[in-house]
Design a protein around this ligand. Structure first.
Ligand code: ATP
Length: 371
């Protein structure tokens, strides 16, 4: 298995730049997810790593070797596509064994490798069935099996669960992650679905318009989004944004918000005077009669164990995730307090999060570099 390193990777299609100078490293054995909206450059990046698309500039290293100009067939990478075409005239066993036949592996070894892989994927009972009658989930497992039997250095998966219905999808998300844990192969996985990404990834790159806006652990991306785009794209409902009145004076530790003062983390950089924005996840807003903010209940969305309550706070609408058994009436005014230890601050002009001393502490804790 192999580390994948990408340096200043760029792809232009004529005048249009689909991937703008991406640099990242996927460690050996990591499950890496490229996440972002349609057209942001995920597939193009994946295709360049696999050797199906030549970069305009930049470099790609696989297992330390510069493979930027190597053909796909010389990269020892296996692909799993969304609409993976199985050979309809072959049974499951033959479909799975086909890549090994192409490699000229002896028949007895192919049989053993296919059976081992089928057991891992729990499809050993259908090995001799035709693929034409299989359900979607089993077809996808056969497709995965065909990629896995080769034991490549790395896997590239492009929205492999895209066509499955939601029940199968949840199951396959768990199975894919378990499979990854058992074979430990470096994997690059492309999706626009944040829940898939959060559930499976060791590391996530969030892309927007060809740019990687943030690269990190799922929790880091959720808790400390690097940009307003990431904060908005990750989380359901997404992060609330509230405009800060009067900015943040140098050295000050609180800001003005709808006639209240809200404590903010100590910043490591100067805050913009005009365009400061406060970001807060819905679960970090609480009902509190003595709280600094007042909100008028606009609507509630019952989700079983929790409810999403939409509140008008002045002229801003925010969403709070509250316990399902809290009874609220539309039009009712409630007191609110914020979990200020969890909030983020953004420069609304650049869309960038402002770094705080708290981010350093969290990073040190995660990486064990705290001393
Ligand atoms: P999706 O999930 O919709 O495929 P994506 O994030 O994977 O989105 P890409 O397929 O990488 O996006 O495409 C990025 C941009 O590059 C899109 O605007 C797309 O139209 C453009 N693009 C991709 N391939 C080509 C091509 N061969 N020629 C011209 N433009 C292309």
């Amino acid at each position: 298995m192999a580390e994948i390193r990408v340096e200043a990777l760029q792809k232009n299609f004529g005048e249009f730049t689909a991937v703008k100078g991406s640099t990242f490293t996927v460690a050996d054995g990591e499950f890496f997810v490229m996440l972002g909206p349609s057209g942001c450059g995920k597939t193009t990046t994946l295709r360049m790593i696999a050797g199906l698309e030549l970069p305009t500039s930049g470099s790609i290293f696989l297992g330390g070797e510069d493979v930027t100009f190597n053909r796909a067939s010389h990269r020892d990478i296996a692909f799993v596509f969304q609409l993976f075409a199985l050979y309809p005239h072959m049974n499951v066993r033959k479909n799975m064994g086909f890549p090994l036949v192409c490699q000229g592996m002896p028949r007895a070894d192919i049989r053993q490798r296919v059976e081992e892989t089928a057991r891992l994927l729990r499809i050993d009972h259908i090995l001799d069935k035709p693929v034409s009658g299989l359900a979607g989930g089993d077809r996808q497992r056969v497709a995965l099996g065909r990629a896995i039997v080769r034991r490549p250095m790395a896997f590239m998966m492009d929205e492999p669960l895209g066509t499955l219905d939601s029940e199968f999808r949840d199951l396959m998300v768990r199975e894919l992650r378990e499979l990854h844990n058992s074979i430990g192969a470096t994997t690059v996985y492309v999706t626009h679905d944040q829940l898939e990404a959060m559930a499976m990834a060791d590391k996530i790159a969030v892309m927007n318009h060809g740019v990687i806006e943030q690269f990190g652990h799922p929790q880091e991306i959720y808790d400390r989004p690097a940009t307003m785009f990431v904060a908005d794209f990750i989380g359901s409902p997404p992060m609330n944004f509230l405009t800060v009145e009067g900015g943040l004076a140098p050295g000050a530790r609180d800001v003005g918000l709808k006639e209240a003062r809200i404590e903010v983390p100590e910043l490591r950089e100067a805050a913009p005077a005009e365009t400061l924005m406060l970001g807060l996840r819905p679960e970090h807003i609480r009902l509190d009669d003595a709280g600094p903010l007042r909100g008028e209940v606009f609507g509630t969305e019952y989700l079983g164990t929790t409810q999403i309550v939409t509140l008008n706070v002045g002229d801003t609408q925010v969403k709070a995730r509250l316990a399902a058994d809290v009874m609220l009436r539309e039009g009712e005014t409630v007191g609110l307090s914020l979990d200020t230890a969890r909030l983020s601050l953004f420069d609304a002009t650049s869309g960038r999060a402002l770094a705080s001393a708290r981010d350093d502490a969290a990073h040190a804790l995660r990486t064990g570099t705290g001393g």
